[in-house]
Design a protein around this ligand. Structure first.
Ligand SMILES: *Cc1c(COP(=O)(O)O)cnc(C)c1O
Length: 375
């Protein structure tokens, strides 16, 4: 049986967690949290990285920092995970969904400007499968209309766009370290902050509205309640689990890319024969092997495809139910323009097993089974 996902795990994690427990340092913002934050700051060049309890929470934090208010509109794709919209709906904002590009499944940057109204406050590009959205165009639109950009880079850790790390281009970026992502701490995430001026507010909101971070740095002699806030900091034990993977980040990335490339090479003849479609990585985008998906002819063929893999002990899954067609999406948001690709493309997409521990032999076997399906 080949599973769809196996959470990443590095053996060192047990030593690091044990250290936290033995030193009785298990709450937030301990040594491992600091090490993870510093690692991402160094690696991505962002001004500030703050570990959070999830990518969902990092996005909520960004929505608070961007001062999203009831009635504001936020432009995003409908083909995404619910968290992208939830964070803004919680602020009373209206998600305005626009169509995706069929090649990358990312928001179609050419459709964004038409969706802007006087209520629009932010654009939320989602870097699907760790392949960047067309950020130059998006940043240009945001600048001209004075909008914030919050990157949902949940899947984009270690990916780049024209040399820049995903999550560092917009005002804010959100990473996920859920167990299905490239690097994991079980549940967890991070907020990346581009501009110095937003750092202090972020630290305060993340720490229940207090200036405790400043206190810990010895910048003030007592801490107090200074703003609204919540608790978005993870336990240091979770950070310890993650840090063990960051020490091997490139190795993990390379293994994923090798698996991704093997899928691509092996399935290319089927693509050339017009049997299925493969992911596109535009020029200037370096991806992280987060996901390998194929696109079948239609929903019916996809159902048969997933069933065929299942019958051969290979787990394949699909996603997402477009948000604008879901009950909450209909209640809270609206789709701007025509849904040309969102529904059609999402219905024919199937994800193949992809994780650090997946072997090239297993990828070959999966590709054999896929070839059989088309015979
Ligand atoms: C995984 C994911 C999230 C949510 O991440 P959590 O850490 O589970 O909150 C948000 N957006 C996208 C695109 C994701 O893939």
């Amino acid at each position: 049986m080949i599973k769809f996902n196996v959470p990443p795990y590095e053996e060192k994690a047990m030593d690091y967690i044990k250290e936290c427990v033995e030193n009785q340092k298990i709450c937030g913002d301990g040594e491992y949290t600091k090490k993870c934050n510093a690692w991402f700051e160094e690696r991505t060049g962002t001004k500030k990285c703050l570990l959070t309890t999830s990518c969902t929470h990092a996005t909520e934090l960004a929505a608070l920092l961007a001062d999203i208010q009831p009635g504001d509109e936020v432009i995003m794709p409908s083909f995404t995970f619910v968290s992208t919209a939830d964070a803004f709906v919680l602020r009373g904002a209206v998600p305005v969904f626009v169509d995706i590009r069929p090649d990358t499944m990312n928001i179609d940057e050419k459709l964004i400007e038409d969706a802007i109204t006087e209520k629009t406050k932010a654009i939320v590009p989602v870097h699907y499968a760790g392949v960047a959205c067309e950020m130059d165009t998006i940043m240009d639109i945001a600048k001209r209309h004075n909008l914030k950009v919050i990157e949902d880079a949940a899947q984009g850790v270690l990916s780049t766009y024209k040399g820049k790390a995903l999550g560092t281009i917009g005002d804010f970026g959100a990473y996920s370290f859920h167990e299905t992502k490239n690097y994991s701490m079980g549940e967890g995430g991070a907020l990346l902050i581009r501009d110095e001026e937003n750092i202090e507010d972020a630290e305060i909101i993340r720490e229940k509205g207090t200036n405790r971070s400043k206190f810990y740095r010895g910048q003030i002699d007592k801490y107090t309640w200074v703003n609204f806030g919540s608790s978005y900091l993870p336990s240091d034990m979770n950070a310890a689990y993650l840090y063990a993977q960051l020490e091997k980040a490139d190795e993990i990335n390379n293994v994923r890319l090798a698996n991704w490339n093997r899928y691509y090479e092996r399935l290319l003849p089927l693509k050339e024969a017009g049997k299925l479609e493969l992911p596109t990585v535009p020029d200037g985008c370096v991806h992280n092997g987060h996901m390998f998906y194929v696109k079948l002819r239609d929903l019916e063929e996809r159902t048969a495809f997933i069933k065929h893999l299942g019958a051969n002990d290979i787990m394949s899954v699909f996603h997402y139910i477009p948000l604008h067609t879901a009950p909450a999406g209909q209640k809270f948001g609206r789709f701007h323009g025509k849904d040309v690709y969102t529904t059609k493309e999402s219905e024919r997409l199937a994800r193949l097993p992809m994780y650090y521990k997946l072997t090239l032999n297993e990828v070959d076997h999966i590709c054999d089974v896929i070839e059989e399906f088309f015979k």
